[in-house]
Ligand binder design. Structure first.
Ligand code: SAM
Length: 199
């Protein structure tokens, strides 16, 4: 099932898809859960996830840039440092780095594609590794678990990456997953938030 929702009506005049992604994910997380930030970046979502899962939970946060993980580490409180594992690895290999005991138990996965804000815009996520990461991480979600993918279409390669992700999600069996699409407006350069719920 695919739904295009005009979130402007829900979130006032300045819809922020980053906030909407967090709202969606928060609704399925309970303290103690296992969650994944597939693109740690500046650490906003990693910190948010650590807050949701609490001291008994676990957050695995991936990024391929050391700078991103350094920025993320700085944002974490001492307590959060213990529950967050920062991994300098390609998210396409994430499943191999997450202990098998957590497979099938992951409550949420967040992707925020594109480049690290305030850094080299050429070091961006790429369609092939993004799609591999999505498919492998969907396979370790628990029933009722959610994966959000925030896609940007304004930078070079962004629109192509977004189309690949949309195609990939459109091919998922509807018996296993619900896919929803959110856009702030109809501008074709505007970001898209895709959310996948595992039945
Ligand atoms: N969610 C982040 C936040 O809250 O600040 C912002 C993420 S930023 C838009 C995208 C990040 O993805 C960049 O830091 C980039 O280094 C990272 N990235 C690019 N390719 C990656 C890959 N193959 N695996 C993991 N992270 C990757």
């Amino acid at each position: 099932t695919k739904q295009l929702v005009d979130i402007e009506s829900k979130h006032g005049r300045e819809p922020r898809l980053t906030t909407l992604a967090q709202d969606i994910v928060r609704s399925v997380i309970t303290p103690g859960d296992i969650v994944i930030d597939a693109t740690a970046g500046n650490g906003n979502d990693t910190c948010f996830l650590a807050g949701c899962t609490g001291a008994d939970g676990k957050v695995f946060a991936f990024d391929v840039q050391r700078l991103a993980l350094q920025r993320t580490a700085k944002r974490l409180s001492d307590m959060q440092h213990e529950q967050v594992e920062l991994l300098l690895h390609d998210h396409a290999k994430a499943v191999n780095l997450i202990p098998a005991t957590y497979h099938g138990k992951v409550a949420a996965v967040m992707f925020n594609l594109g480049y690290l804000p305030g850094s080299d815009q050429n070091k961006t996520t790429l369609p092939s590794s993004t799609c591999r990461a999505i498919s492998s991480l969907l396979s370790i979600l628990r029933p009722g678990g959610i994966c959000t993918i925030l896609c940007y279409r304004g930078h070079p390669g962004g629109a192509e990456e977004t189309s690949k992700v949309e195609e990939q999600l459109a091919a998922l069996p509807v018996t296993d997953f619900l896919v929803e699409t959110y856009a702030a407006n109809k501008d074709e350069k505007t970001p898209l938030l895709l959310s996948v719920t595992k039945h």
